[in-house]
Design a protein around this ligand. Structure first.
Ligand code: SF4
Ligand code: SF4
Length: 433
């Protein structure tokens, strides 16, 4: 394989492509869609500004500076700018690649790098270790220590992110991966067979959501196979600038899932779905193009899959609720799945659907953004909650665990009564047991 040419002041490994930073014609269409630009009014925190900075680094006119590092992480990677851009500029993806440059050009102190590498390279790729790591948190809840900590207001003395992280923890249950049968047969007439990609956060924090996904899929006539050797999709690694671990996870998942004879590989996590759909680009230098293209075509978000197959509504129970829908960025902007969840929600009998103003505006979660930039995340979230309030909805439906955590926390803090549910849980309510 020929070595890549060095691009300006980027290192060779995991640098943006020059074409990707050249395409911007500075029209500004993206500006009103970018949450960080709208918040700050700062050009450098806009898609156009970020791409211009990356271009200057690529052309050797700017070093890979502290400002470049800040913008790489301050970008939510929400991809709203990509949806708006007439030139196809992917500012979020360029910033994601720049995070790898941060770790190459401005390495962390040794102990921090060691901790980061342990989490990204040892713990996250090992589902067993990941599941065991949640045991202390479950005990913390079960033994009543959480109650004491919350009532003592001890966490108010520490950094804000710690208080928020603790407040976001949902009630934890044993992880779903070891409990799910390898094969769950279709109910009634079989329409096909799917593999289930069970994301880490879903199995650890929202096992009930994924249990409902399996229930809905089987009641819709699909046999569900859950390979237990599956590993993290690699999204946290992309987010933290470790693309090489993402590639090794991608290769593992690619080989594992492509050995199965299934019609589709379904996930209920928008973040996982977006990353799985990007394996084709991530592994392009490895070859195996046909296999990667076939894999890409099989990856489906659960709502995308059910809408494509046609929801069997006969026998569904009415759900008499007022419902609205928040679009996860990694579903609508990264995967272009926007119409399908609404169609499914509206086809459930009894639902009074209310459209959410700015439904595809980020909720401020964006992986670790909500903990690194607590003030900015709160402002973005407040805008979302104001819109939710206007709908008069009882249920706020979404389709990504990061959004779920952030919205549920925000609603509780604001004293609002709406409950957050995943679209699979909503479909599960309508599905007979
Ligand atoms: S990123 Fe796209 S929308 Fe934004 S200024 Fe450049 S060309 Fe226009
Ligand atoms: S990905 Fe989102 S936060 Fe980042 S530049 Fe684009 S719109 Fe702004």
């Amino acid at each position: 394989m020929a070595e890549k040419e060095k691009l300006g002041n980027f290192t060779r490994e995991d640098a943006p492509e020059y074409e990707d930073v050249l395409q911007c014609m500075r029209c500004g269409f993206c500006l009103p869609t970018c949450p960080t630009f709208v918040l700050t009014g700062r050009e450098r925190s806009s898609p156009r500004g970020r791409v211009a900075m990356a271009r200057a680094v690529a052309e050797g006119k700017l070093p890979f500076s502290e400002a470049m590092k800040e913008e790489a992480y301050f970008c939510l990677d929400c991809r709203a700018c990509t949806t708006a851009c007439p030139s196809g500029v992917k500012a979020g993806e360029v910033m994601e690649v720049c995070r790898s440059q941060v770790h190459q050009q401005q390495p962390l102190p040794k102990w921090q790098a060691g901790f980061r590498n342990f989490i990204l390279q040892k713990m996250l790729p090992d589902p067993n270790m990941l599941e065991i790591s949640m045991l202390p948190a479950r005990l913390y809840q079960k033994l009543g220590i959480q109650w004491l900590v919350r009532h003592s207001r001890l966490l108010k003395l520490g950094p804000e992110w710690m208080d928020k992280a603790e407040g976001m923890l949902p009630e934890l249950h044993p992880p779903l991966r070891p409990q799910l049968p390898d094969v769950v047969p279709a109910v009634g007439e079989q329409r096909g067979r799917v593999a289930f990609f069970l994301g880490c956060i879903m199995t650890l924090m929202y096992p009930e959501v994924s249990r409902q996904t399996v229930k809905v899929l089987t009641h819709q006539g699909f046999e569900v196979i859950t390979p237990k050797d599956q590993k993290c999709c690699g999204a946290p690694h992309l987010n933290e600038g470790d693309r090489s671990t993402t590639r090794s996870l991608a290769q593992h998942n690619l080989d594992l899932f492509m050995a199965l004879e299934v019609d589709a590989i379904v996930t209920d996590c928008a973040g996982c779905g977006a990353t799985l759909k990007e394996y084709e680009e991530l592994l392009e230098e490895v070859g195996e193009h046909d296999k990667l293209t076939a894999f890409r075509s099989k990856i489906k978000d659960v709502s995308e899959f059910l809408a494509e197959q046609g929801l069997r509504t006969a026998g569904l129970k009415p759900v008499d609720k007022i419902v609205t829908y928040h679009e996860p960025c990694h579903l609508c902007h990264a995967q272009g799945v926007s119409r399908q969840p609404r169609e499914l929600i509206k086809s459930i009998p009894g639902i009074d659907y209310r459209e959410l103003n700015e439904a595809s505006w980020c909720c401020g979660s964006a992986a670790t953004f909500s903990l690194k930039y607590t003030d900015e995340s709160q402002q973005i979230l407040d805008r979302k909650l104001d819109n939710v309030q206007l709908t008069g909805a009882e249920l706020l439906v979404t389709a990504n665990p990061g959004c779920h955590l952030q919205l549920a926390w925000g609603l509780k803090q604001a004293g609002m009564s709406q409950e957050v549910v995943h679209i699979s849980e909503l479909l599960g309510m309508a599905t007979p047991s």
